[in-house]
Design a protein around this ligand. Structure first.
Ligand code: EPU
Length: 422
């Protein structure tokens, strides 16, 4: 797909119908990198077809793995012949999760040299906690010349105590500790479903990781991980949340399939408070928003099980038409407000105050051209377009393509009037 494309949405149509949510981007990104620690074939199911994933699979091929899509969402990776610990695919600098190659290649080769990660630029994104964890396990780490270079004569298990919650540093520590000698304890670990998914994947391949999903994770190092097995990646809670918010924003009724309802609790609770009906089954959620206007509310984003920062821009978009004044406080990335300028173009009334956005609900948004500058802001603009009167044109689609699989097709199947083209 060309990144010169744009999306044209004609707003005002209620979303209706059924939609199947894809596999988690942030779990798949980590699991694909983690597969470099295994010797043999692994089959990964429920992998989303998005550009971040393709860049990582290309990188695996470049270092010697054999990668084949064997079905629509299934990829088989044979890591037997991985020979290089150097990941110099320049495209790695466009995404964040590329730093997981450091943890996994350290496990396999005791050294790694990986292009410095990039990803959405909505806040400073230091990697000091990753470096601290690698050093605690016995590595030396340098970040010069556009690379992260890490080396260890021996990787030795140790106690890792994080100063702040970091999904990436938690996962990278799990990766490096899995093939270390002895036991590692991670305190202040993140509890996100994708952290648990990575641990489940590694355990199936022979790792010994306990406590994932709590704030303390214990990893007994093992000598090797062996392939010959399959793993299905967990559903994408952010894609699910984006679609739930889109349903509420268009006063629609949709049912999402392939979701884990408990992962959505923070959002479901807020939507219920705002007057939306949420019905859950084992692996599906129905959102019914047959109401005149949602009520205003306040949220603070926090690590899981708190309200996810990756749903902040989408939720702010919904609140922009709520009845009353709402406040969103960003508790993970204090400057994640780039979407506000774009929403102003459609007539939203949002003021920033420190780490909060104060949103005074307006009766409606009016369509306009918008150019979001990060992934979740791009999803927010699609929602804004679906809600707004008239036409909204969304540019900069490279962001949306990084993280949402078949997004436009899925919205069309829910009766949205939306097209992608030049
Ligand atoms: N932080 C540090 N030092 C570190 C690492 C993080 O100070 O070494 C700080 C960050 O600056 C931030 C906070 O800790 O203030 C949390 O950052 P975290 O490390 O948890 O974020 P991340 O691992 O870089 C992942 C997701 C993001 C998601 C965040 C928070 C991936 C590939 N990325 O990023 O996803 O926003 O966790 O949940 O998993 C997205 O999908 O759109 C996205 C940005």
């Amino acid at each position: 797909m060309s990144t010169e494309d744009r999306i044209i949405v004609r707003g005002g149509k209620r979303l209706e119908g059924n939609v199947v949510v894809g596999g988690s981007k942030n779990a798949a990104v980590a699991i694909i990198c983690a597969s470099a620690m295994i010797k043999g074939k692994v089959t990964l199911e429920n992998i989303p077809k998005i550009t971040d994933i393709q860049v990582l699979l290309d990188t695996l091929s470049q270092i010697g793995a054999t990668v084949n899509w064997t079905a629509e969402k299934t990829v088989q990776i044979d890591t037997t012949d991985i020979k290089s610990y150097v990941c110099d695919n320049i495209d790695l600098s466009t995404l964040r999760g590329s730093y997981y190659f450091v943890g996994s290649l350290l496990g396999r080769f005791r050294q790694a040299k990986v292009v410095f990660p990039g990803g959405c630029n909505f806040a400073p994104r230091p990697i000091d906690q990753h470096i601290y964890a690698f050093e605690t396990l016995g590595c030396t780490v340098e970040t010069t010349g556009g690379y992260i270079t890490a080396k260890a004569r021996k990787l030795v298990g140790n106690n890792i105590y994080f100063d702040n919650y970091s999904v990436g540093a938690t996962i990278n520590s799990i990766l490096a500790a899995t093939l270390a000698e002895g036991t590692t304890t991670i305190e202040n670990a993140n509890r996100e479903p994708h952290v648990v998914d990575v641990a489940n994947f590694l355990n199936i391949m022979g790792a010994d990781i306990k406590g994932a999903g709590t704030n303390t994770i214990r990893i007994k190092g093992v000598k090797e991980l062996l392939g010959g097995k399959s793993y299905s990646v967990c559903p994408d809670m952010i894609e699910a949340g984006t679609l739930m918010i889109a349903a509420a924003a268009t006063r629609g009724t949709i049912t999402l399939h392939n979701v884990t309802p408990e992962h959505m609790d923070s959002l479901s609770t807020k939507l219920t408070e705002m007057g939306v009906i949420i019905e859950t089954m084992d692996d599906s959620i129905t959102v019914k928003a047959n109401i005149k206007r949602v009520k205003s509310t306040n949220i603070k984003t926090m690590p899981y099980p708190g309200f996810p920062t990756d749903l902040h821009p989408q939720f702010a978009t919904l609140l922009s038409i709520a009845d009353g004044e709402s406040r969103i406080t960003e508790g993970v990335f204090p400057t994640r407000f780039q979407y506000v300028e774009q929403l102003h173009k459609l007539g939203a009334n949002i003021q920033l105050s420190g780490e909060s956005a104060i949103i005074k609900g307006v009766p409606k948004l009016i369509g306009a051209p918008v150019s979001p500058t990060d992934l979740r802001a791009a999803a927010a603009m699609v929602i804004a377009g679906l809600m707004a009167e008239g036409q909204t044109t969304i540019h900069n689609l490279e962001y949306l393509d990084r993280g949402y699989e078949d997004f436009i097709e899925k919205l069309k199947s829910l009766k949205a009037v939306i097209e992608r083209g030049k």
